[in-house]
Design a protein around this ligand. Structure first.
Ligand SMILES: [Zn+2]
Length: 407
């Protein structure tokens, strides 16, 4: 087994290398579906770092492996980012990759190319240490997460047959050790009505009124949702309300809601759809029964990635967590205490990650450990401390050894 000091010294010696790699990634804009150029740059980094295998899959994910062992560990970073938002709120160019005062600045520094840069360094440390343990460590640099979290991993597992025994998500945890987060789904509810002249509303059936009652029912549902002790409460919000009518002087013949549902432990797709169906089925029926039956549906995601491949899936992102005494959580905590001489904070993300597919859908035990504070995710003046990058690189490099020792 390699010593903690060997890994810490290596990560410290590669501190500038890690920061420079992150700055390079930040300088290449990489919105979801447009990741080709940044994947090319990371591929180059992985090749020159000496990874044993580097390839790009059909969806455009970059897969870089170290080791030849029979067991499979995946360490994942999504490398797409959200857009910049209002540029006047940024103190520096979001694509500067500025390195100053111990931080790397720019869009993607926290969410989450910082994790990606630390992974490249970890791969280099393992390669230079001649890692040849029982794990094949797959570092995955994945696409389209900001648009459809987990899609990239559904592709890796279902199409590429990359099925890890354990996974690590490198989204920002502020160097805490995370073991889950709420899931989410997107639901559409559509009502049809009967249009009539606006001067004689009694001749028609106004879809807006039906839809409004449903919206108020959703508001009341949000108050009824019960909390989970670890993940907290699920939530439901109407995020869009639309209607149609032949003219502004007519009764609306259609109206629909879009619902953003956050799912806590025990709240599945079936549960959440059932709640909404119950609300709409309990609405007063229209006089004369003109309104069509409201349609409640889960939305689909089917956009193509930068390679032109699409991998359609329902907009359902299952909740996941593993228990605090799970061997993988224990190994993660042992990696932290071994390197940093203190117990990590064991917690959860507020937002969603690729864990929805890896653990939520496919049941593969997953933990999170990543550089940066999530409060900067999707915010102006995003920045990550270089200390975090260095520590995260050391964590990813030591974890395979700890796993081999403990499991
Ligand atoms: Zn993210």
């Amino acid at each position: 087994m390699i010593s903690d000091d060997t890994i810490l010294n290596a990560a410290s010696g590669l501190r500038d290398y890690t920061a420079d790699n992150l700055a390079q990634m930040i300088r290449i804009p990489s919105l979801s579906g447009e990741e080709g150029p940044v994947i090319g740059a990371i591929e180059e980094m992985a090749r020159s770092a000496g990874f044993d295998e580097v390839r790009v899959d059909g969806l455009g994910n970059l897969i870089a492996r170290v080791g030849h062992g029979p067991r499979v560990l995946a360490i994942d970073a999504h490398i797409d980012t959200v857009d910049t938002g209002d540029l006047s709120q940024w103190d520096h160019d979001p694509f500067s990759g500025l390195i100053q005062d111990g931080h790397v600045y720019g869009r993607g520094s926290v969410d989450q190319e910082g994790g990606a840069a630390s992974m490249i360094t970890a791969g280099r440390i393992l390669t230079e240490a001649g890692y040849d343990g029982e794990w094949s460590v797959y570092f995955t640099f994945t696409v389209m997460e900001e648009d459809c979290d987990g899609l990239c991993w559904n592709y890796l597992i279902e199409q590429e047959k990359l099925i890890p025994e354990f996974a690590v998500i490198t989204e920002p945890t502020n160097l805490g050790l995370y073991r889950g987060h709420r899931g989410r789904m997107e639901i559409d509810v559509a009502f049809s009505g009967l249009s009539a002249h606006g001067s004689a509303p009694e001749r028609g059936d106004n879809a807006i009124y039906h839809c409004s009652r449903a919206a108020l029912g959703i508001e009341a549902l949000n108050d009824r949702l019960a909390p989970d002790p670890f993940l907290g409460k699920g939530s439901v919000v109407v995020s869009r309300f639309r209607s149609s009518a032949p003219s502004l002087c007519a009764v609306a013949d259609g109206a629909d809601l879009h619902i953003d549902r956050r799912l806590t432990w025990g709240e599945t797709k079936e549960v959440a759809l059932g709640e909404v169906r119950e609300i709409v089925s309990g609405l007063p029926s229209p006089p004369g029964g003109n309104a069509g039956k409201p349609a409640v549906s889960l939305t689909m995601y089917d956009k193509a990635g930068y390679t032109g491949t699409s991998y359609p899936q329902e907009s359902y992102f299952p909740t996941w967590k593993i228990e605090e005494d799970h061997p993988l959580v224990k190994a993660g905590a042992a990696t932290c205490t071994s390197l940093f001489k203190e117990e990590p904070k064991i917690d959860k993300w507020t937002f969603s990650t690729n864990g929805v597919a890896i653990c939520g859908k496919h049941g593969i035990p997953t933990i999170g450990f990543g550089p940066g504070n999530e409060i900067y995710a999707h915010a102006p003046n995003e920045r990550t401390p270089i200390d975090h990058l260095e520590k995260a690189a050391a964590f990813y490099a030591l974890l395979p050894y700890i796993l081999e020792e403990q499991l």
